[in-house]
Design a binder for this molecule. Structure first.
Ligand SMILES: Nc1ncnc2c1ncn2[C@@H]1O[C@H](COP(=O)(O)OP(=O)(O)OP(=O)(O)O)[C@@H](O)[C@H]1O
Ligand SMILES: [Mg+2]
Length: 253
């Protein structure tokens, strides 16, 4: 479904990615892990059109994504959350989710201003979708409150709801468990797996929480210093000497 080929990118003198490739199959939960600064978020930024690589290719459902603007990539069915949770602080929880629906609304500014019946129908449908998502994610009770008043765990859920409101086929989650306690992380794991089943989603997840990574991933790729150093099923990755060394330093250290 997603094919990332030979990505390289530098920032100033720093090579953040050096020839990274990954292939993700439909309905797979695929984890991208590695130490801080390994290049994980940069892979997400390239897939979603926020960064342009010096070389490489990104294909999604057989189409090239490189060179497309972020909103065009979103419209093709790719949605994401951010490592640093980004909600619109003053907007209500419901309105934050509706922002995720934006790419689907066909009514332009003029039609919106005229308030035609079809625009009103689209908006009503968007609201219904958003409310159903808030229900599913346990946010229905806070639909009307400003996003900034939510604790971090719920802000992260809100960001997930917003990503899902665009009805993506591929969902990129950048550290969804960051800042969550173990109970919240367990609930999140169930939620991610459940959403994959219910929506037939393909999920690419960056995460440092190894319980989550080992618990929900079909396959894992490990980045270190801009290179892919290992790839495979959870069991093999946890004991891979190159992976252990990347995380812990060499045995001599
Ligand atoms: N826009 C940018 N400008 C300059 N340097 C950048 C930029 N984006 C990333 N980098 C650098 O590229 C390297 C890879 O960053 P990236 O954010 O992809 O790492 P990461 O694997 O997501 O790390 P973490 O686990 O800490 O989130 C880092 O050294 C980072 O400082
Ligand atoms: Mg990151």
């Amino acid at each position: 479904m997603l094919s990332v080929e030979d990505l390289s990118i530098s920032f100033g003198g720093l090579a953040a990615l050096r020839g990274v490739s990954v292939e993700v199959a439909e309905r797979e939960i695929f984890a991208l892990i590695g130490p801080n600064g390994a290049g994980k978020s940069t892979v997400f930024n390239i897939i979603t059109g926020l960064e342009r690589p010096a070389s490489g290719r990104v294909r999604f459902l057989g189409q090239d994504l490189l060179g497309l603007a972020p909103h065009a990539i979103a419209r093709r069915g790719v949605a994401r959350t951010f490592q640093n949770t980004e909600v619109f602080r003053r907007l209500s929880v419901l309105d934050n989710v509706l922002v995720g629906r934006h790419g689907h609304l066909r009514g332009g500014a003029l039609r919106g201003a005229l308030g035609t019946a079809s625009v009103r129908r689209e908006e009503a449908a968007a609201r219904e979708t958003a409310r159903a998502l808030l229900d599913r994610l346990g946010l229905a009770a806070v639909a009307g409150v400003p996003a900034e008043s939510l604790p971090l765990g719920l802000q992260k859920r809100l960001e997930l709801a917003r990503a899902l409101c665009a009805e993506p086929r591929l969902l990129l989650l950048d550290e969804p468990a960051g800042g969550l306690n173990p109970t919240e992380t367990q609930a999140l794991m169930q939620l991610i797996v459940g959403l994959r089943e219910e929506r037939g989603l393909t999920i690419l997840v960056v995460e440092h929480d190894m319980e989550l990574v080992m618990g929900i991933s079909d396959r894992i790729a490990v980045l270190d210093d801009g290179r892919k150093i290992a790839e495979g099923k959870p069991r093999g990755i946890a004991t891979d000497p190159a992976v252990v060394e990347a995380y812990l330093g060499s045995a001599e250290d």
